[in-house]
Design a protein around this ligand. Structure first.
Ligand SMILES: [Zn+2]
Ligand SMILES: [Zn+2]
Length: 324
């Protein structure tokens, strides 16, 4: 049995077995309070099989000194890309800015969760100009198309994902994407994927103006994440354009249940817009990455979010684990 006590921004969680823990709460975004409570509740469950193994993800990076290395697809200085040869081609040939390897039945990813693109959130409160290397060329925060997500800013994390390497359909009660997880997947440039929830009273459609020019924003735990478009993989890389996001067949990432996430179009359907999708944003077809028909998700209109998002409200498959 757990008892919780909320005091302003602090939440205390107490249990008979483990005593009390204090967490920073966040009412600004993504049901984080609920997330923290459920994380606390799960602390005594099975440990993450990917913890404690694999290479370092690199050093902690300061917002004010961060720079990009290796061109537009390079990572932040100090962030490691390392994909073990045991990983399948669709992962090791596409994923960057994280450390990937295999442990038992899991693909493991460790990530600092630092995006490799310009963003208002390298600095604070959308004050462009502090880090010329990473906020130059961004569109103006006009308060309409682009607004600041409070005083939130990007910060280093220590995500460890254990993702089933042989994904299986969950034929029982589906696992929700809405709470209890610190991330529901990882983009192929190493950034967390979040669900379709917004701060209470908002829809994600309202919050979408706080996505930066590449589709990411941090919550007040400094966890940068994508709910929706990921311009980094779009054919349109202009920081000032708001069109053509993920209008191609590009691979975007992998969900915590092991299934791939793609853009709007489906290479399994001759480069047409994906069709025959279920309410989870998915269908089972071949793709350029899978010669055998395999379930995968698409970036499409979500009924909860009322905008196009990367996943629906439930996972199709049985999920692995994520810790941060
Ligand atoms: Zn968010
Ligand atoms: Zn498809």
């Amino acid at each position: 049995m757990k008892v919780l006590l909320k005091l302003g921004a602090l939440v205390m969680v107490c249990s008979f077995l483990s005593g009390c823990s204090l967490f920073q709460s966040d009412d600004d975004d993504d049901n984080t309070t609920l997330m923290l409570l459920l994380l606390a509740a799960s602390q005594s469950s099975t440990s993450n099989p990917c913890s404690g193994s694999g290479a370092s993800t690199g050093s902690t990076i300061s917002n004010t000194t961060a720079t990009l290395t290796g061109g537009t697809n390079g990572c932040l200085n100090g962030v490691t890309t390392s994909m073990d040869s045991a990983l399948p081609s669709w992962i090791k040939n596409n994923f960057t800015c994280s450390v990937g390897y295999v442990v038992g039945d899991y693909y493991c990813f460790k990530s600092k969760n630092l995006p490799n693109h310009a963003s208002y959130y390298w600095t604070r409160n959308g004050t462009v100009g502090t880090n010329a290397a990473l906020d130059a060329g961004l569109p103006t925060l006009d308060g309409t198309t682009y607004t600041a997500a409070g005083t939130n800013r990007i910060g280093s994390q220590n995500f460890v994902y254990a993702i089933p390497k042989n994904p299986t359909r969950n034929t029982g009660s589906l696992t929700g994407t809405q709470g209890g997880l610190s991330s529901i997947g990882i983009t192929r440039n190493g950034v967390a994927i979040f669900n379709n929830a917004a701060a209470p009273g908002d829809t994600l459609a309202t919050e979408a103006t706080t996505f930066d020019a590449f589709g990411a924003h941090p919550n007040d735990q400094s966890i940068t994440h994508h709910h929706a478009w990921v311009k980094k993989f779009s054919t349109d890389q202009s920081a000032t354009s708001t069109t053509s996001y993920n209008d191609d067949t590009n691979l975007i990432g992998i969900a915590l249940d092991g299934y791939a996430i793609y853009g709007i179009r489906c290479s399994g359907q001759g480069n047409a817009t994906a069709s025959g999708l279920d309410t989870l944003h998915g269908h089972t077809t071949t793709t350029t990455d899978f010669a055998t028909a395999t379930y995968h998700y698409h970036f499409v209109l979500d009924s909860t979010a009322t905008i196009k998002t990367l996943m629906g409200s439930y996972f199709y498959g049985k999920i692995g684990q994520v810790s941060n």
